[in-house]
Design a protein around this ligand. Structure first.
Ligand SMILES: C[S@@+](CC[C@H](N)C(=O)[O-])C[C@H]1O[C@@H](n2cnc3c(N)ncnc32)[C@H](O)[C@@H]1O
Length: 486
């Protein structure tokens, strides 16, 4: 990654070389947008979004020679060859019959041949539907769908995301992400906790490292430390920045059983000293740390709590830069997430109908066969056709404390979020499923990956091919939020 001036630098916008893009729902010309320098912190964050998430995508920008033609194009030419062959056979047969048959027989023979031609052609056209695909095998999946099909059918319906007030988005580009990946892979290989089951995998570790490094906060706060992997990631991004870590069980407890990470420059509110994020006396704690500018603090939540609750608490304390590790899609996960909150019918791809004979229902049941975390319409919809959150519930605290909410409440929640949001940015997966062999999340419900399917050369050059497949299975749309100055 290129060396960056501190994220909080007021001059950061003028330094941006990123082309700015306009959101179709807004008329603001962002290229002329001038932020108030006094409010800029992690404010170094403006550029493109979902409608063209990777205009400068490295897969198109980098002069790579490893591009692979999608299987569908060779299938098309095979289909044409089969049709030509059939046509030649029927043609020869009819010539033969013309020579040897009477008029009546000729007509019958033509009708029979025509029927044979139609039958054989239709079999060729539909034969892809009969292909036997091993469940959750990404290679078969890629062959079956074609690389386009991996992402495109939900793409037609759209995938919801949170609107920000002025359509601002992050400053970093996919080229920056690619550069960051190159740097991060060797760092990740030195991680103390090699098997971080129930904690972050590669995608989110990279995302957290990248954002912390780019934003350069004065203080990092994490809620949900587990064995300390995310603390280690934050430390790799910012070697000298203090960390505050909140977690009911101290990471040192895990040391007795195996690898864990305890940081020397971290204040732990853990074990007997544990205090929930919402109950911390933040003015006192920040004063102790000598932090006066809250816009220079980065908060990382990986504690599986209702994200609406966490945003309200963060806002009350005055924090403005938040990262949520698990940004679950509607119908999934153990807590109410930003993705779920913003799933509203006025957003393209948002709002759902529980009608079983809809395009969405068909697409969902098809995708469920291939991706473990995909949900079909039956799973999505609870009693009374409640689809929002998880079957009409706002889940909280690892699914231990759930509350049924009305559609009106759900709607109000998204309006509230929109009213306080400057930036919403979902981390893309690092690479497409045919490269990582991940089998869990549906790529159609995620932004385009940093390294797209078919770019094996790039995947290998970045060192990603050396990593175990299991580290790519934990992607859940990590999200960065910038809250407006209140
Ligand atoms: C998924 S793990 C965190 C993984 C960790 N960030 C990593 O990357 O390895 C969730 C953690 O949240 C902790 N937790 C549970 N309730 C919490 C709360 N109210 N505040 C903070 N952490 C909490 C759990 O004990 C657990 O350690």
């Amino acid at each position: 990654m290129a060396s960056q001036s501190p994220m909080l630098s007021p001059s950061s916008h003028s330094q941006s070389t990123t082309p700015t893009h306009r959101h179709p729902h807004h008329n603001t010309n962002y290229s002329s947008f001038q932020p108030n320098p006094s409010t800029v912190m992690l404010d170094r964050a403006l550029s493109t979004r979902r409608f063209n998430p990777h205009p400068d995508h490295p897969s198109t920008a980098a002069a790579d020679s490893d591009s692979t033609a999608p299987p569908s194009s060779s299938d098309d030419s095979k289909t044409k060859k089969h049709q030509n062959l059939l046509f030649r056979i029927t043609n020869r047969a009819s010539n033969y019959l013309t020579r040897f048959s009477s008029g009546y027989h000729l007509v019958c023979a033509f009708v029979a041949l025509f029927a044979l031609f139609v039958l054989a052609s239709s079999l060729i056209f539909t034969s892809r539907g009969f292909v036997c695909i091993s469940s959750y095998d990404p290679v078969s999946r890629a062959r079956f769908f074609g690389f386009d099909g991996l992402e495109s059918d939900f793409g037609a319906l759209g995938v919801p995301w949170c609107r920000s007030k002025h359509g601002k988005t992050v400053e970093w580009t996919s080229k920056d992400l690619l550069k960051g990946l190159e740097e991060f892979v060797p760092i990740y290989e030195t991680r103390p906790i090699k098997n971080n089951l129930y904690g972050m995998g590669f995608d989110h570790s990279f995302g957290l490292w990248f954002m912390a490094r780019w934003l350069k906060p004065d203080l990092m706060i994490e809620s949900g430390a587990f064995k300390g992997h995310s603390t280690w990631v934050l430390r790799q991004a910012m070697p000298n920045t203090p960390i505050i870590s909140l977690s009911p069980r101290h990471p040192e407890k895990y040391l007795k059983k195996g690898p864990a990470y305890v940081d020397g420059n971290c204040t732990y509110f853990a074990g007997k000293d544990f205090v929930d994020f919402g109950s911390v006396d933040w003015p006192k704690v920040l004063h102790k740390h000598g932090v006066t500018d809250l816009s220079r603090v980065l908060i990382f939540f990986d504690d599986h709590q209702n994200e609406l609750k966490r945003i309200e608490q963060a806002l009350k304390a005055g924090f403005r830069h938040l990262v949520f590790e698990d940004n679950y899609d509607t119908g999934t996960g153990d807590h109410y997430s930003l993705r779920q909150i913003c799933d509203q019918s006025y957003i393209r791809g948002g709002g759902h109908s529980c009608f079983k004979d809809s395009d969405e229902a068909r697409i969902r049941s098809r995708r469920k066969k291939f991706w473990e975390k995909a949900v079909d319409i039956e799973e999505l919809c609870g009693p009374g056709e409640a689809w929002w959150g998880v079957r009409g519930y706002m889940r909280d605290n690892f699914n231990h404390s759930n509350k049924a909410i009305s559609y009106q409440q759900h709607f109000q929640n998204s309006r509230y979020i929109e009213s306080i949001l400057d930036v919403y940015w979902e981390l893309p997966p690092v690479a497409g499923p045919s490269l990582t062999h991940q089998t869990r999340y549906d790529p159609a419900r995620a932004p385009s990956p940093i390294v797209e399917d078919g770019r094996y050369g790039l995947f290998q050059r970045l060192g990603l091919a050396k990593l175990d497949n299991s580290v790519f299975n934990g992607y859940t749309q990590m999200v960065y939020l910038q809250i407006s100055e209140q």
